[in-house]
Write a protein that binds this ligand. Structure first.
Ligand SMILES: Cc1ncc(C[n+]2csc(CCOP(=O)(O)OP(=O)(O)O)c2C)c(N)n1
Ligand SMILES: [Mg+2]
Length: 336
């Protein structure tokens, strides 16, 4: 079984270029993982709630391939795809969702709390905007330690109306922190369309208030994500400070397991599905002669088998004990 770091590195070829087929394969894995997760919750086989990232796979993979494993990302509760793209195994994510001790957070966090420090996945947060000050803090640590690493804060469109967004952007700009704020603008915040809660369409222009460079990119296209992120990453590594990036995506599912998204205008989902990130990648790779129908079918079948094996294993894994609730609260390390 490969480690998270090995899975992360497998997205690159031996000469450090993006392995496009490996990325496509990982996107299929995320899509299948979310399909099964939804099914398991609907069948009452998993307790609690879950937030699917279907439609956001290109953004997930784009970020995983432009960042290095020793960079960090502070993401949200909608992050099964981030976790899988950044290298966590389907088993470690599924076991966490099922509350099993083999999960990435020992089964104590559940669906909203992914983490793996070996690949820079800081604990994801259910608090809207919660990851932004954390990413800014990680960037400050890199700056103080004179490291060339970058931190990414990954959050939703609705989070741009939270105080922590403005506070983090302001400090990051003043201190020229190596942080990139990435808005996953998937059009909805819970049950509300973004235009009902926010008076501007392009959210990235908010960076103007902080004299911060900003840009938008097509979050449905992995190549657009990679090229759009690069300038921001180079800027941060050079020591020239933060950037605000807005990735335009669409939330294909409802907000959470309880939501059928009946409030969406008719035809909206279908319109976005024409730009399904998996379809977009499939078409690009087929055009390049790297994929054909037989290979696509073979890879889809492999994703089904991989996710199924992860579920079978996670189901038979043990639950954490009552004592485990008290682990990871106090550090055993001496500070100072
Ligand atoms: C501080 C805070 N306020 C409110 C909530 C309730 N809440 C949960 S999800 C959500 C909407 C977030 O939407 P967005 O930031 O666009 O992310 P998405 O779910 O679309 O990925 C809200 C308001 C919360 N979790 N935390
Ligand atoms: Mg949203």
């Amino acid at each position: 079984m490969s480690t998270s770091l090995e899975r992360r590195n497998s997205l690159k070829t031996s000469d450090s270029k993006t392995d496009e087929i490996a990325c496509y394969e990982r996107m299929l894995e995320i899509r299948e993982f979310e399909r099964r997760t939804n099914e398991l919750f609907a069948a009452g086989e998993i307790r609690g709630t879950t937030h699917l990232c279907v439609g956001e796979e290109a953004l997930n993979l784009g970020l995983a391939t432009v960042l290095n494993p020793d960079d960090v990302i502070a993401a949200t509760y909608r992050s099964h795809g981030i976790a899988l793209a950044f290298g966590l195994s389907p088993h470690s994510v599924m076991a966490e969702i099922m509350g099993k001790s083999t999960g990435c957070a020992g089964g104590i966090g559940g669906s909203m709390h992914m983490c793996d420090s070996s690949v820079g996945v800081l604990p994801t947060s259910a608090i809207i905007g919660g990851g932004m000050p954390v990413a800014a803090g990680a960037a400050l640590a890199f700056q103080i330690q004179k490291k060339k690493n970058v931190a990414v804060a990954y959050f939703g469109d609705a989070a741009t109306n939270i105080g922590a967004f403005h506070e983090s952007m302001n400090l990051a700009a003043i201190w020229k922190l190596p942080v990139i704020f990435v808005i996953n603008n998937n059009v909805y915040g819970e049950y509300t369309r973004i235009d009902l809660s926010t008076p501007i369409e392009d959210l990235h222009i908010r960076a103007e208030s902080y004299a911060m460079p900003h840009a938008k990119l097509d979050g449905m296209d992995i190549y657009a994500v990679q090229s759009g992120m690069q300038e921001a990453i180079d800027r941060a590594r050079r020591g020239d400070g933060p950037t605000l990036i807005e990735a335009k995506t669409y939330r294909f599912s409802g907000h959470s397991r309880a939501d059928q998204a009946l409030y969406r205008p008719e035809g909206e989902l279908e319109m976005w599905q024409k730009r399904d990130p998996i379809l977009v990648t499939e078409q690009a790779l087929t055009k390049k002669g790297l994929l054909d129908t037989a290979k696509i079918e073979e890879m889809k079948a492999k994703a089904v088998a991989t996710v199924d094996a992860a579920i079978v294993q996670a189901k038979s894994d043990p639950e954490p004990t009552a004592k485990d609730m008290f682990s990871h609260i106090f550090t055993s390390q001496k500070v100072g």
